[in-house]
Design a protein around this ligand. Structure first.
Ligand SMILES: Cc1ncc(C[n+]2csc(CCOP(=O)(O)OP(=O)(O)O)c2C)c(N)n1
Ligand SMILES: [Mg+2]
Length: 382
């Protein structure tokens, strides 16, 4: 069952990251909590549809309190992330991008909701599914695409590729390929922030499969003990490569694992960008105030394979379709339209703008030269 923050003194919110504002909303929240199990269980398009409707109600009540420019930027960033990655898939298939390539399609609400709640001087670290998060932290689409192409204009000169976007200036510390490895590094980054005496925070993203690694448990223990300003974001897309969470983890409720370390935690619906933003904002406030860490379990679903080379034989088309009924971009657009914040022409403008940015990024990557041969032995650590 979904959990609210476990620490005394942390804010009391409902499990889905929205504060219940009236009794109708409270009832909807209750229903959502009951259906949490249904999100992951049997393939039932009817349930997916009713969850979509319930979630829309919550979004519409949150939208009323938010600035139109912010809403527009959130939608733009989600659409940009989606268009960018669709283009990645396209150019990967014609051999422009080599090596591993893990797409974020379906998970955009997690990155956008969480990273847009940060200040520019905060830090982010993540795993290899990193293109969209890198852009959200300020690395340009050109530099991300050129990195994917292995070109010198890339964020690390074309020597990192898809899994290793990085920018110290922007506070984006990778792009890591070792599952769970970044949890320890992220904890160290938060230690450095505290040591230096600022009030910056670190968002440390990882997949649910990383939780079975010792690194997760050791890091949470230290972060709580030493009060480190880190927000652990578990993007629970329900699969680690071809293995479902149910087959690999003895306990399904990830947010409850925080209780073992006396840490605050929340379960959040990762299809709802506003719920993600609200839950992350609460966690950030706690971290800035006295360094308290938080574990957020953000339940989502990846619409594409694990990587571009995944044959996808471990799940059915029906299951994917059911989850696509809850597409985070579609949901947010519908809520914005029904709340009369945006009309069709605004969506067209946003989509056109995103496509133009992606086209510019591809042009930049195509025209950027490959790294010089003399770069072969620079930045090499052995
Ligand atoms: C320590 C380690 N073990 C195994 C792998 C191989 N591997 C790469 S991705 C992956 C699955 C990780 O799934 P999850 O953490 O849920 O992230 P997702 O891909 O779903 O975003 C595995 C096992 C690895 N890279 N590192
Ligand atoms: Mg996963």
């Amino acid at each position: 069952m979904a959990k609210t923050a476990t620490q005394a003194g942390t804010s009391k919110t409902n499990a889905n990251g929205h504060r219940a504002k009236n009794s109708a909303a409270a009832k909807t929240v209750e229903k959502m909590e009951k259906s949490e199990k249904a999100v992951t269980d049997t393939v039932n398009p009817k349930i997916a549809k009713s969850e979509h409707q319930d979630r829309k109600k919550l979004q519409k009540s949150s939208i009323k309190n938010l600035d139109k420019e912010l809403l527009q930027e959130m939608l733009y960033q989600m659409v940009l992330g989606r268009s960018f990655e669709q283009k990645c898939a396209e150019v990967y298939r014609i051999g422009k991008i080599g090596g591993f390539c893990h797409l974020y399609i379906g998970q955009e609400a997690v990155g956008v909701g969480a990273i847009m709640a940060l200040r520019a001087d905060d830090y982010v670290i993540t795993a290899y599914r990193d293109h969209v998060q890198a852009m959200l932290k300020g690395i340009t689409p050109e530099a991300v695409m050129a990195e994917l192409y292995g070109k010198s204009g890339g964020s690390v000169g074309g020597k990192g590729g898809s899994m290793h976007m990085f920018s110290k200036e922007k506070g984006f510390f990778g792009g890591h390929g070792i599952v769970g490895g970044q949890i320890g590094v992220g904890t160290g980054m938060a230690y450095a922030q505290k040591y230096k005496g600022g009030d910056q925070v670190t968002l440390c993203f990882f997949g649910e499969a990383a939780l079975n690694q010792g690194m997760f448990h050791e890091s949470l223990n230290m972060a709580q003990l030493w009060k480190l300003p880190v927000i652990y974001i578990c993007e629970n897309n329900q699969y680690g490569m071809g293995t479902s969470q149910a087959r690999a983890m003895s306990m399904s409720s990830i947010s409850e694992k925080a209780a073992g370390y006396g840490m605050a935690s929340e379960f959040v619906d990762g299809m709802d960008v506003l719920a993600v933003r609200e839950a992350t904002t609460r966690a950030i406030e706690r971290a800035r105030k006295d360094g308290s860490p938080t574990l957020l379990e953000i339940r989502c679903y990846r619409f594409m394979g694990h990587s571009m080379s995944d044959p996808g034989k471990y799940r059915t088309g029906d299951e994917i379709k059911k989850n696509q009924e809850r597409d985070p971009i579609f949901l947010f657009k519908e809520s914005l339209k029904e709340a009369k914040v945006f009309g069709d022409e605004d969506f067209t403008e946003i989509e056109t703008r995103a496509k133009e940015v992606v086209a510019k990024a591809v042009k930049f990557a195509e025209e950027s030269p490959f790294p010089d041969e003399k770069e072969l032995f620079t930045d090499v650590l052995a």
